[in-house]
Design a protein around this ligand. Structure first.
Ligand code: ATR
Length: 282
């Protein structure tokens, strides 16, 4: 029997998940399929409840359905429960399970691409307070950082996110970022700044400690202006593509029964797709 999974959301046209999971299905010789399902929020709850009837082993959930998906789960893992959102669903024992794997992907990518990135787990500086930021902050707290400083243009949004995670997460006004840069083991951009067509995130990177790692969750373009500047200044940098690749691992394992590897060959396939679409550079 062909095992089937899909990416759901609106829009799903631009999702790279079919490329990712399609690569692994072929690489491991699995009789499976990974499809796209355009699912508007109005019908999303019904769709997720009827995964089994539709012949799916599970699915990914992208915008704007992650909270809706969470709300229909029978079992939420710790990450989904903490974030109130799910991006990976699977059926197990007749129940609908869900996880949020972005934080896992973020950490696994850093572990693989920049060993020792977490330094003394002293201080992480996260810029941006949207949905992606929540997953990153949750993951950094889980990794054991003493302090996660969350800087955002709209301070209230940073305060709201920080309040979800306890005293180790401290909100900070955007214009005060310079005050903590010298303490950070890692700087993470979780804003949309630097995305193709947006203004860049410009920070005085000279204030960072030389061993600090600079990371961006944006991957279109792959080399964001922030990463370019950090790399030119001699910092270790980690781009957002690796997070995308790693966040797919738990879902693939649940649906298809194999824990897939994130290899240089896989990354090259995704990089080639970005290149073909003119998305490597800003
Ligand atoms: P997502 O859920 O994908 O993280 P989002 O909720 O739209 O996306 O969040 C985008 C983030 O980029 C926010 O932190 C936003 O800051 P505000 O909360 O102040 O809106 C940040 N952002 C977007 N444009 C920005 C800009 N020009 N300057 C500073 N921050 C910006």
């Amino acid at each position: 029997m062909t095992l089937r999974a899909c990416v759901t959301g609106q829009p799903v046209t631009y999702s790279r998940s079919p490329l990712l999971h399609g690569y692994w299905l072929k690489a491991y010789g699995i009789d499976g399929a990974y499809e796209r399902e355009e699912v508007p929020p109005e019908t999303a709850a019904d769709f997720y409840r009827s995964l089994a009837v539709r012949g799916y082993a599970g699915c990914n959930v992208t915008l704007p359905n992650k909270e809706i998906a969470f709300s229909v789960l029978d079992e939420a893992d710790e990450s989904a429960a903490a974030l109130g959102a799910a991006n990976t669903l699977w059926l197990e024992g007749g129940k609908l399970h869900g996880a949020s794997t972005d934080g896992y992907g973020f950490i696994a990518n850093l572990d693989a691409s920049a060993p020792g990135w977490d330094g003394a787990r002293n201080c992480a500086l996260v810029v941006g307070a949207g949905g992606a930021s929540r997953a990153v902050v949750h993951a950094l707290v889980g990794r054991g950082f003493d302090r996660v400083v969350l800087a955002n243009r709209t301070l209230e949004r940073a305060e709201t996110v920080a309040s979800l995670f306890g005293p180790r997460v401290r909100p900070l006004a955007f214009d005060r970022i310079v005050e903590v840069m010298g303490e950070a083991d890692i700087l993470v951009n979780c804003t949309s700044l630097g995305m193709k067509g947006s203004d860049p995130l410009t920070l005085d990177l000279g204030r960072l400690r030389p061993e600090a790692v600079v990371s961006d969750i944006v991957y279109v373009p792959l080399m964001t202006p922030l990463l370019k500047a950090a790399s030119a200044a001699g910092f270790r940098t980690v781009d957002g593509l690796g997070m995308l690749l790693h966040q797919g691992v738990p879902g693939f394992r649940r649906w298809f029964g194999v824990t897939p590897e994130v290899t240089p060959e896989l990354r090259a396939v995704l990089v080639e797709d970005l290149r073909a679409k003119g998305q490597l550079e800003a």
